[in-house]
Design a binder for this molecule. Sequence first.
Ligand code: SF4
Length: 363
Amino acid sequence: MATKHDWTKEEILDIYNKPLMELLYEAATVHRQYHDPNTVQVSTLLSIKTGGCPEDCGYCPQAARYHTNLDGNDLMSVNQVKAQALRAKAAGSSRVCMGAAWRNVKDGEEFDNVLEMVRTINKLEMEVCCTLGMLTENQAQRLAEAGLYAYNHNLDTSEEYYKEVISTRGYEDRLKTIDNVRKTNVTVCSGGIIGMGESADDRAGMLVALSTLNPQPESVPINALVPVEGTPMEEQEPVSIWEMVRMVATTRIVMPETQVRLSAGRTQMSREGQAMCFFAGANSIFAGDKLLTTPNPDVNEDMEMFRALGLNPQKAFEKKEQPQSVDAENSQFRPLGEKPKWTRPGHVIERNLQAQEKLKSKA
Ligand code: SF4
């Protein structure tokens, strides 16, 4: 069956608003047509450079302007990353996702180190993903050549609501980075966050933006906001499990081949709630007791849940073959010293400004 790429917001809202049992049945049916329902891909997220980010994403404790009592760190060493990757592999992860709190990738020593981390983890027979902010086509090519399997760059929400969350770059900048990744053989991981005060319309809008990409992203993380004190969204009410299930099921139906990733917010969910998300088509999770900076269930709890539900972790490279890693000295790509171009929409987000003001008044 050909994948549909012309979803409209109305069509997606019709799915999202179906009676829950019907929605679950439909999503579970699609899920079984495209995936083994008893296999779940397990990724470990590693924060290789934490905090101090110049962006103003309203949900993020790593934005320097919100100073959220976060223990920041400089870029980890290749050896530290290798040790963590080996630990993740032993605990059943098939993928390591390395996150750096950068606005964008800059050519230079730090990026060279990240490329070496990619080569090192790929040689451990694990899938490697990075989330490093905006990047140019040349930087995407260099990551691909090092053996990167996936690049994460979330759209976060709909284009309209994005303006209520981030003022330091535009939606089109996100799409440009995704497009740069698409020019390589690296797979695309892009999703969003629910519970930031957006409407169901915005959730559908985000799914339109993702599902009309051709090809659709290979991986779509669905995060539930974890409100962190000090951030502009500290007082947001947690989303209900029903909203999460609806979002997962709708994502599964409109992007049938994608791996739908249950991401941040799992600690707020019961096992039964998570089981319902797996039934609705989620087939990937992040493992480890931290998701960059917010809490996550520990690995043993997850493996216990897998046993109870009869789920098996997916093996590395089951969906796509392992990329080759080209060593630095044989690279065909020169660092060009270029920066990705991004817009500076310059609009004002009251909630973000208030969070900064609150911090100043505490100082
Ligand atoms: S989400 Fe990423 S880009 Fe935005 S503030 Fe956090 S680390 Fe920076």
